[in-house]
Design a protein around this ligand. Structure first.
Ligand code: SAM
Ligand code: SF4
Length: 350
């Protein structure tokens, strides 16, 4: 009898969760900790920067923790910290530790440019954060400076090596730009041969300064990689459920012979994955952003700052989720300008 009750309870827990109006399970939250960054990647942020949010315009770490606690109580299973550059947010380690201690035990991850990462790694591991995505668009110091406005490639490469040595789950994210770093696609993919890391090519999205640049189609990348490394086998991706360790991601992966890690493609425009989208974003200024393309979503900052209780917060979140769009509108040239997100990637948490 006692066992039956336990089974029933656990089934209820498993089936409980967040669902949007299209029946998609929402269990992945990306939290942007700041709009600030220590780099100026050409496709993301203008070299002169953009007016940063004022301190009182962004959620405090305590407010982020509270919203994360409510959301994990509602069914969010995995949390990724991003930005801007999440590691330039003061005391961010204390947030990681508090998220790691949440009762719901969400899987923790971070996306970083790797510049400041090296000194954080042991503390992240101790706090339960093992999944690290590091952006790496070039292995050439000169190109790194040209692309990011800073000399920092050595530091990024050291962070990658140390994260791997510590046994963390490392993915490298590369955005290829025509005429800038496209010639490095094989070398970048080769990182998955040298090291047990996945390398993912992210399609350039026409947001902010990227609108004036051209990306490289995945078919072209794959053809070039096959010339260099031979045939490959498809090894999945785009799973609909995120109850699996590597699920929930939009990447489609291939494996080349002799490689330790996979090569992946995240192509939101040419191979949209909206049908299996399982994510919402919390921007640094406290908006629950429902889709990368659209600005819509409830603003939670005035609520948490105004002393609302958890029940009200849950209600606003649930109502907001029902407005999550079926699909982004990147390919829709007729979409009215005011319907599109006007902010840059560093402001919305890429
Ligand atoms: N600063 C961190 C970093 O660079 O990893 C986290 C934030 S950054 C906005 C997250 C990811 O978005 C990075 O991998 C970056 O390359 C990617 N990104 C930024 N602008 C993009 C664009 N226009 N198209 C595609 N990816 C973009
Ligand atoms: Fe900063 Fe990341 Fe944007 Fe580069 S991609 S400018 S590192 S936020």
């Amino acid at each position: 009898m006692g066992n039956n009750n336990r089974d029933h309870d656990s089934m209820e827990r498993k089936s409980a969760g967040l669902c949007d109006a299209y029946g998609r399970t929402i269990d992945y939250l990306r939290i942007s900790l700041t709009d600030r960054c220590n780099l100026r990647c050409r496709y993301c942020m203008p070299m002169e920067g953009i007016p940063a949010l004022k301190h009182d315009e962004i959620l405090t770490l305590e407010e982020v923790e509270r919203i994360a606690k409510v959301l994990t109580g509602m069914g969010i299973r995995r949390i990724r910290l991003t930005g801007g550059e999440p590691l330039v947010r003061r005391n961010m380690l204390s947030l990681v530790q508090r998220l790691g201690a949440l009762e719901a035990k969400p899987e923790l991850a971070i996306t970083t440019n790797g510049i400041l990462l090296e000194e954080y790694l042991e503390d992240f591991l101790a706090a339960g954060l093992k999944n690290i995505n590091i952006s790496l668009d070039t292995k050439q110091p000169e190109t790194f400076r040209e692309l990011t406005g800073m000399d920092g490639l050595d530091r990024v490469l050291r962070s990658i090596e140390k994260a791997v040595a510590l046994g963390m789950r490392v993915k490298l994210n590369s955005v290829l730009i025509r005429g800038v770093n496209e010639s490095e696609m094989a070398e970048l993919a080769g990182m998955a041969k040298e090291l047990p890391v996945d390398v993912r090519f992210i399609e350039l999205m026409p947001i902010g300064p990227a609108s004036g640049l051209r990306g490289v189609p995945r078919e072209e990348i794959l053809t070039r990689l096959k010339l260099e490394y031979g045939e490959c086998e498809g090894v999945g991706g785009q799973r609909k459920s995120s109850s699996l360790p590597d699920a929930g991601g939009p990447a489609q992966y291939v494996l080349f012979q002799g490689f330790q890690g996979r090569v992946g493609f995240i192509s939101p425009l040419s191979h949209a994955f909206c049908e299996s989208c399982n994510r919402v974003r919390l921007t640094a200024d406290g908006r629950l952003k429902l889709c990368l393309f659209y600005p819509d979503g409830p603003s939670l900052l005035p609520l948490v700052r105004g002393g609302c209780d958890d029940e009200t917060l849950r209600k606003v979140i649930l109502e907001g989720l029902q407005r999550k769009p079926k699909c982004h509108g990147f390919g829709n040239l007729d979409a009215p300008k005011e319907a599109k997100e006007a902010r840059n990637m560093n402001q919305i948490g890429g």
